[in-house]
Design a protein around this ligand. Structure first.
Ligand code: CTP
Length: 397
């Protein structure tokens, strides 16, 4: 039997995305019931909701044709989780202050199972003190707040307030309810993002890495109970979980220093950063002017962090590296596994459409020291992070 989720929809434009969320739960074998506020039904229709959820929409507390005795109580007992997406400032306010004047807010009071709240609103509203205080109250009472992303908002502005994507919401609910605490008590070090190697005060050598893969790994590890140190080069990604200690660095040398400082206490070390292999030998103290017909920048090798950790790795530590290849992929990846003394190497191919840099998806093959290979399909980086950790678990002592 699949797990049971009740999805609560309140009146925001992001309600259209909730239709995908319903489908995702169904696709993954969950049973779905939906409750929506009257305002939500300005954005999505009962027919869409009922067709996708394959169940009766629950909106009216006083429906004479109701299927269950006291519906909000029956629904609250039926549910394994309540997911409110989108959650408007209004419904958040009602939840925080115990106002129960419609089906969703009444259900909220009756639910004793995990509650997930995905706010979506204009960024000024989201930043408003009273909204923040209400969110704080709900968090203190144990609700999981799925903080909105930054981005383009339907009101035409850009900022924080954009509801998390259906996939992100689904995965957090699924993880939380899967009760996987397999990394409880473990320390995990993750490197992420690019490094910036300065040429002069305004220029640097960088690369296209966004850091997303590393951030997804950090989130996935904390959801399994780990304490994560995330050493990241410049990245716009946000680390949400309180058990992620984020250390921001710019250069390969800084990344190396930060990793070396804490490597000893780690159980799992995952190096997903795209570290520069070379750095300018000299950083010009002033901006280089265009006075030269030709200009060369002398480069020297950076320290290889993965290989350095491979050299000092102690019994019981699991070391995972990444390989990004454009040719002889498998052969090169296997070479890196041995040369750098890693336990696992995750190969992403730049040849696969949708994999690698600046994409939300990835496709990897994981090579283990014992010769085993684990190939994934093209999936979201969140799902790939999950697969990498599932493979890592096989090798943790
Ligand atoms: N890596 C590292 N420190 C470096 C360079 C790379 O820790 N100075 C790590 C990366 O984080 C990754 C792995 O080494 O986990 C492989 O990186 P990749 O760029 O594919 O390979 P390189 O070792 O740099 O070799 P090449 O560029 O010649 O393929």
């Amino acid at each position: 039997m699949g797990k049971h989720v009740v999805i609560g929809i309140s009146g925001g434009i992001a309600a259209y995305k909730t239709m995908y969320l319903i489908r995702l739960f169904k696709k993954n074998g969950w049973e779905v019931r939906v409750t929506a506020t009257q305002n939500a039904l300005q954005f999505v229709t009962p027919l869409t909701i009922e067709t996708l959820s394959q169940s009766k929409l629950y909106t009216d507390m006083f429906d004479v044709n109701r299927a269950m005795e006291v519906e909000h109580i029956a629904l609250a007992e039926w549910a394994d989780a309540l997911v409110v997406a989108p959650a408007t400032a209004n419904i958040i306010g009602k939840f925080a202050h115990g106002i129960a004047d419609d089906a969703l807010s009444t259900l909220f009071l009756a639910v004793k199972k995990p509650v997930f709240i995905a706010p979506a609103m204009n960024s000024n509203m989201f930043e408003n003190t009273v909204v923040q205080q209400n969110i704080g109250l709900l968090r203190e009472r144990g609700c999981h707040i799925l903080l909105p992303n930054e981005g383009f908002l339907a009101c035409g502005t850009t900022g924080s307030g954009r509801m998390q994507e259906p996939e992100e919401i689904f995965e957090q609910v699924d993880e939380e309810l899967s009760n996987d605490h397999s990394l409880q008590g473990k320390n995990v070090l993750i490197t992420a993002g690019p490094t910036y190697e300065p040429i002069d005060p305004v220029r640097f050598i960088g690369n296209h890495s966004s850091g997303l893969m590393g951030f997804c790994l950090a989130e996935a590890a904390t959801r399994k109970g780990a304490m994560v140190t995330l050493v990241t080069g410049p990245s716009n990604c946000a680390a949400r979980h309180p058990n992620i200690r984020r250390v921001d660095v710019k250069t390969a040398e800084e990344m190396y220093q930060q990793c070396m400082q804490c490597v000893d206490e780690q159980d799992i070390i995952i190096m997903s950063a795209a570290v520069a292999d070379y750095t300018p030998a000299h950083v010009a103290p002033e901006k280089i002017k265009k006075d030269f017909a030709q200009l060369s920048v002398e480069l020297v090798k950076t320290k290889d962090i993965l290989a350095s950790v491979g050299k000092i790795k102690r019994e019981g530590q699991l070391l995972i590296g990444f390989a990004l290849e454009t040719e002889n992929e498998v052969e090169n990846a296997k070479k890196k596994l041995h040369n750098k003394n890693a336990d696992l190497i995750v190969l992403n191919s730049l040849r696969t459409a949708g994999a690698g840099f600046r994409t939300a998806t990835n496709q990897v093959t994981i090579f283990a020291r014992d010769g085993r290979e684990f190939a994934s399909e093209l999936k979201s980086k969140r799902e790939i992070a999950e697969e990498i950790l599932q493979t890592a678990k096989i090798y943790i002592q």
